[in-house]
Ligand binder design. Structure first.
Ligand code: DC
Length: 223
């Protein structure tokens, strides 16, 4: 079997990682894995079980029951124990709590193991926060996307507006700033640029320019 080719895309929230990753997966016939969706699904599960409420998180319950959580991607949809939760995991309720869940080491170990299994057998484009640093430190290509918080909030606002939600730009900006802080200051696998990652300023490119640029980088790596 040919060794799988791995592209790791990291960066803060709403920098356009998933748009780029999806484009690359289609162009290069690779599997796309949205690792953030996995953290969101675990968060949603904890909320459904009432282990995670506005009053706090029962970490012990969540950790004990991690093995009850089955995640699978099918045609870019995420299934949690057989149910498509792709829309539910994008709610503000989940967005506001996901960084807390993602800071739990047991949750990270549980999801990282699954992410590595996918990469062991498939050529994968995976986006997240720790893909180039922790999940696939030997990835064939590592990218780190950056953009100003205001630009990222506008981007997310536009996306959510298309889905007819009533969330305000201010709420989104507050959520992005808070998640950036929590994701980059947690003890386990904080958001960091890998030493060998190529930094891309997402504000310099439109979607298709960014894709073309990265496809060129992939070509160079494959030579
Ligand atoms: O990519 P996203 O914004 O949907 O990710 C949701 C949250 O999950 C994010 O705030 C941090 C966490 N996350 C993480 O800790 N590690 C990853 N590899 C991906 C996401």
């Amino acid at each position: 079997m040919k060794k799988p080719f791995i592209i790791a895309i990291d960066g803060a929230s709403s920098t356009g990682k998933s748009t780029l990753a999806k484009g690359l997966a289609i162009a290069l016939d690779m599997v796309y894995v949205d690792s953030g969706a996995m953290y969101r699904a675990v968060t949603f599960y904890a909320q459904q079980k009432s282990w995670l409420t506005l009053n706090g998180l029962d970490e012990a319950q969540l950790i004990t029951h991690l093995d009850d959580i089955q995640l699978s991607f099918q045609q870019h949809k995420l299934y949690l124990n057989g149910v498509d939760v792709s829309s539910e995991i994008r709610s503000m309720e989940v967005s506001n709590a996901v960084s807390q869940v993602a800071s739990i080491s047991e949750v990270r170990a549980f999801l990282v193991a699954q992410q590595r299994i996918i990469g062991a057998t498939h050529s994968v484009v995976m986006d997240g926060r720790d893909i180039g640093t922790v999940v696939f430190p030997n990835a064939d290509l590592k990218l780190f996307l950056t953009a100003d918080a205001k630009v990222r909030a506008q981007r997310r606002y536009k996306e959510l507006k298309e889905q007819d939600t009533t969330v305000s730009l201010e709420q989104i900006e507050a959520n992005i700033t808070q998640r950036d802080h929590m994701d980059s200051t947690r003890d386990d696998s904080p958001l960091r640029q890998a030493k060998d990652a190529i930094v891309l300023d997402a504000m310099k490119y439109n979607v298709s320019e960014m894709l073309q640029h990265v496809l060129e980088l992939v070509k160079q790596r494959k030579r």
